[in-house]
Write a protein that binds this ligand. Structure first.
Ligand SMILES: [Zn+2]
Length: 366
């Protein structure tokens, strides 16, 4: 039936009608609240680029966890800021690691709250990469690069010079790319060790975010061998190398000291590859899968929902949060309205679990 018999506006007339026919709903039990735990006592330090988000010492983290639980939010995901970093990420897998301490304290006080443990090495590595870094020998192309550099510097005028400088920047990044490597297979052992240590401390769900090949299988085997056959894995299966992670790196103090993460995180241009990543993780034993970031990758969430039957999570990342906060502070958008709209869009795309810095506030509104 077409217009005028059909009038779609009939069901939009009042808030009650709209609510009754809503196709997608948000509930606090679908939210996961990310928390950054740091050493010390009574520490509550706001992250500059993420107003309302804090680095919390263990005692403060327990208070925050209690509040999160009282709002009906299902789960917390913990990230750690260790007091020391090294080349083997000791802080990630040590039994007295900062996340392990926080886990034990929160579990003691609020046993009903589901705790997720982010498994990665970058926060604990002195170089800030997600795996073990090996310096590789300078390749021959460096000689050619040096010649290019000399040519570029010799150019003196205007436009030509601009171009030459741009070219130099390219040469520099190529050179540093060539001089180190994130070693995949050796990193798996540390990731597996970290996962077992977190499970031992009481983490309910292990969530690897490093994007090394084969990590889910390695972690599953290690958990099973250590007796944690019932601990599920939520894999950050399709994690894209993204500019939207900027504020997180400040929050978790995890910016790489050189280079970037494009050799292990996914290229934003690729959705078919994202499906392959997810498929691989499922084959290796992932119990839940995740797409990250959320809003710039809603099509990936929708495609994953269509294709796979596992519970699907999406991470509304720091940059998504920071953009909304910044625009709202300027009075350019209505904060609460945009917050809820961003969350419903992720839900509508097909994510059943949403990791979001808005978990507490959205739960209050629901
Ligand atoms: Zn990492």
């Amino acid at each position: 039936m077409a217009f005028p018999v059909t009038r779609l506006r009939r069901l939009r007339r009042t808030a009650e009608l709209r609510n009754m026919v809503a196709e997608t709903r948000l509930t606090p039990d679908a939210f996961v609240y990310p928390m950054f735990v740091c050493p010390g006592e009574g520490v509550r330090k706001e992250v500059r680029s993420m107003p309302g988000v804090f680095n919390l010492s263990v005692d403060e983290a327990v208070k925050e966890a209690r509040e999160v639980h009282s709002l009906g939010v299902a789960s917390l995901i913990l990230f750690g800021l260790p007091d020391r970093k090294d080349e083997v990420a000791t802080g990630a897998w040590a039994q007295d690691g900062i996340v392990q301490q926080a886990t034990r304290a929160i579990k003691r006080e609020i046993p009903g709250l589901v705790l997720m443990g982010d498994v990665c090495l970058c926060e604990y590595m002195s170089h800030g990469h997600c795996g073990i870094v090996k310096a590789s020998h300078a390749p021959q192309s460096l000689g050619a690069a040096a010649r290019d550099a000399i040519t570029a510097v010799a150019v003196r005028d205007g436009d030509e010079r601009e171009k030459a400088i741009e070219k130099l920047a390219g040469i520099a990044s190529r050179a540093s790319e060539a001089s180190y490597e994130i070693v995949n297979d050796a990193s798996l052992e540390l990731l597996a060790r970290t996962s077992v240590s977190l499970a031992k401390a009481g983490i309910d769900i292990i969530a690897p975010s490093d994007m090394m090949d084969g990590r889910v299988g390695a972690i599953r085997r290690a958990l099973d061998e250590a007796g944690y056959t019932n601990t599920p894995i939520l894999s950050y299966a399709a994690k894209f190398a993204s500019g939207f992670y900027g504020p997180f790196r400040e929050a978790a103090d995890s910016a790489p000291q050189f280079g970037d993460r494009r050799s292990y995180q996914m290229d934003g241009a690729n959705i078919r590859e994202a499906m392959r990543e997810i498929e691989q993780d499922i084959e290796q034993g992932a119990d839940m899968i995740m797409v990250k970031p959320a809003m710039p990758y809603l099509d990936v969430i929708a495609a994953a929902r269509e294709r796979f039957d596992l519970p699907l999570a999406a991470y509304q990342v720091s940059g998504e949060y920071a953009m909304i906060e910044a625009a709202a502070r300027n009075g350019w958008i209505e904060r609460e309205r945009v917050m809820m709209e961003s969350l419903i869009s992720i839900r509508r795309a097909g994510a059943s679990v949403i990791l979001t810095y808005y978990a507490k506030e959205a739960a209050r509104l629901l």
